[in-house]
Design a protein around this ligand. Structure first.
Ligand code: PAF
Length: 284
């Protein structure tokens, strides 16, 4: 496994791989790897000839300086983990290598970027779209792997991939959960054991709504209420939003009927921002 820090090296390498008619599977990450990332890496390994993982804590997607500074970083341990999963290349540039002097070009996906997660974290999806575009341009992957937990990010990435004409298939893998049901996230490491257990209330709330849906409830307001009430029963949880949206447009809907929909939740839990979602009427 080779660790690459320079744009020029990863660019020439990806050119070489394509000349050899090999496929590239790419897993973009910000490090602090957990089982959620590993599931993406394993899928990439299965579907592609060459696997590239990037590790870059992207400053432009943090609207809060403290959140950026506090983001967990441990490159040595991440590299050790990746070496166990037959990853071929790790691209781990520093900030200057990506955002050089006078950097001033950003990618902004209209509409999708300003609602829900984007409304709570202004500029977040502009940062995500910009770094994903830079990485896709350098690596030109055949497949890129993302987790369902970040559903809105997936929608933004799919949109930019289509709009900017990248020849990359976006593969979305199911959310990996802790035994309690809490969605795996690098941010979970900021909670202590007890808080982590109690944060499972988020998934329990989503499951309650799913049960009601399975029993025939189609009214979004009623399902939303089920989620809210369950989460509000946990004193450590402060809800940012609970929303039921069409899975493609991310527009809020009032009746679910037979379209694919998402119940999205963002919660500030003991000072840590956690997001989760479930899919209703899954087309997969
Ligand atoms: O999901 C993440 O870890 C990040 O948003 C991504 C896609 C690596 C871009 O920085």
């Amino acid at each position: 496994m080779e660790i690459i820090n320079r744009r020029a090296r990863i660019l020439s390498l990806s050119r070489k791989i394509r000349r050899e008619n090999k496929t590239i599977g790419f897993v973009p990450t910000m490090g602090a790897l957990h089982q959620g990332h590993i599931s993406l890496v394993k899928q990439a390994r299965q579907s592609s000839d060459v696997v590239i993982v990037s590790i870059f804590v992207n400053p432009t997607q943090f609207n809060d300086k403290e959140d950026f500074q506090k983001y967990p970083r441990d490159l040595t341990s991440d590299v050790a983990i990746l070496s166990e999963y037959q990853v071929d290349y790790v691209f781990a540039p520093d900030e200057k290598e990506i955002y050089g002097e006078k950097f001033s070009t950003y990618v902004y996906v209209e509409g999708l970027s300003d609602i829900l997660e984007g409304a709570s974290r202004p500029g977040h999806f502009r940062g995500v779209a910009t770094i994903v575009t830079i990485l896709f341009n350098l690596i030109r992957p055949d497949f890129a792997f993302f987790g369902q937990k970040d559903a809105q990010q997936v929608a933004v990435v799919k949109r930019l991939t289509k709009d900017l004409g990248f020849d990359t298939e976006i593969i979305v893998m199911p959310t990996v959960r802790e035994p309690s049901g809490l969605a795996m996230s690098s941010r979970n490491s900021r909670l202590n054991d007890e808080q982590r257990q109690r944060a499972a209330v988020i998934y329990q709330a989503l499951k309650q709504a799913e049960k009601a849906f399975e029993k025939g409830e189609r009214n979004a307001h009623t399902l939303e209420k089920i989620v809210r009430e369950k989460i509000q029963s946990e004193p450590l949880a402060a809800i940012d939003y609970v929303a039921i949206v069409d899975s493609e447009s991310f527009q809020q809907i009032s009746e679910i009927e037979d379209r694919e929909a998402l119940i999205l939740v963002a919660v500030n839990f003991a000072g840590v921002r956690l997001i989760d979602n479930i899919v209703l009427n899954s087309r997969q």
